[in-house]
Structures are given as structure tokens and as C-alpha cells.
Design a protein around this ligand. Sequence first.
Ligand code: ZN
Ligand code: ZN
Length: 166
Amino acid sequence: MKNIITKITSEFPNLNYKVGSQFCWSPETNEIFYKKDAMGNRAVWSLLHETGHALLKHKTYKSDFELLRLEIEAWEKARYLSSKLKIVIDEEHIQDCLDTYRDWLYKRSICPTCTTKCLQQGDFVHYRCFNCHTKWRVTSSLFCRSYRSTKGVSQVPVFRLQTDLQ
Ligand SMILES: [Zn+2]
Ligand SMILES: [Zn+2]
């Protein structure tokens, strides 16, 4: 891990890496967090992905749809970095990660009352069901959602019901 970080920072000296509990890009502090003891290909790929967010200066997103677009961009940047570092990122891994995001976003958009698929509201924090008019709030995760190797399992709460909005 240290090796790769040294290689990346020799080319991009403005990047800040810090040990953290998960791989994560923090736009507020301008830091890329990485797991110190993480080993193997997936860890390297995650590092490159978060570095991609950092190089693209991803800050915030206004909708779930935009978040997915930023995720795709970060992977594109990761691919570019990997070719420079002569590392191969498994294309299937990228698709798995994006699928996990898509699943997660899909779950957020399902009405907790009547399971209708809904669109995000204008404020990008709430969803409102056009069928039964339930409103719910989605947690904002920014770029710190950790990936799981198995598909479809979400670690973070998908949404929080806001009954006071009714
Ligand atoms: Zn990401
Ligand atoms: Zn509903």
C-alpha cells in the first residue's frame, strides 16, 4: 500500500493520504483515507478509485443520479492511473461496484409504505411517493460508502422515515 501511495504522490504531490477505517475520499478535508492493513488487489483498486475522486476534485452531488455519474468518472480516472502504474483493474470488479451503487440507489427510491418506485424531490434529500404521498429522507453518504464484495447487501441505512413531514 505504502509503495503505491509513494508512486502516486511522486506524480501528484498535492494529494494527501491518511490512514482510516475505510477507503474514502473526504472533499471537506482534501484527504484520501485508506486502510493501513488492507492487502490484495481490491485494496489497491479502492485506493485508485478514491484517488480518482480526489484528482477530479469531486465535492458534492445534487442527486442520486449525479452520484452514480461521479462514481463512473472516478473509476475512469482509476483506470487511467492504473495504466500509468502498470496495474490491471478487473473490469468485473468495477461493474460490481457500480451495480452495488445502483442497487443501493434503487432501494432508496422505493416507497417504504407501498413499494412504488419514486423520483427524488427537488431538494435532493427527500423522496415523496406519488402514489401514497409518503415522504422519506435519504441519508447523504457522499463518497464514504464502503463496498461489499457480495452484491445487494447494504451496510448503511437506506433511508430514514420522516413522519413529521406528512
Ligand atoms: Zn467512489
Ligand atoms: Zn407509497
